[in-house]
Each structure stands twice: as C-alpha cells, then as structure tokens.
Design a protein around this ligand. Sequence first.
Ligand code: ZN
Length: 115
Amino acid sequence: MHELSIAKDMTTIIGKAIGGPRPLDRVNVTIGPLSGISAESLRFCFGEVARSEGFGEPELVITLVAARLVCLDCETEYNAKDFYDGCPSCGSINRNILSGREFTVDSVEFDEGNS
Ligand SMILES: [Zn+2]
C-alpha cells in the first residue's frame, strides 16, 4: 500500500531528526489534495508503523491544504479542495496545477524528559 511506504519514510525521517525512535505525543503533517495520499489510510498506517518501530502511539494531526489551480481558458487562479472542482468563473476543467501535491512532516512533539 502506498500509504504504508509513506508511513515508513516518515518514521525514518523523524527518527533521524530526533536521534532515534522514542515515544511521540504528536506528529503534524500537511497534505495537499493532489498528493494522492488518503488521510485516513495514512493515519492507520502511521499508527501501525509508529508503534512497531518504537515511536509509541502519537496522535497524527493532518492539515489538509487547498490546491492552487489556474484556469487555462480564462486565467482565473483558484483554490480547490477537490481535484474535480472546475473553474469558479467559467466552469472549465482545463487548468494547470500550481500547488497541491505537497506532503510535509511539519513538526513532532514529545516529552523531552521522558526518555
Ligand atoms: Zn475559467
């Protein structure tokens, strides 16, 4: 599963950033709607991977950002939460993607004195 490998990448990145596995309280991530990542699936996979790799049972806090698109017919720039939203001005679905594919681990939170 796609999200399982993403979850494993996340624990690898986090482990390097904080000097090895330790129980986490919270992990904050940002997902763009065009990233192809299912928030629910990632939440499930990350929970499994985090526990099995020694990161405890952190809460995964997911921020979903809007995609930024530009209409190729009328040049309106607009935000879309859903990839199938058309242009708000003319309804066209001819557009270029400006952003929305992002996936970032923003921060992790843990108790410094608890290791
Ligand atoms: Zn348009």
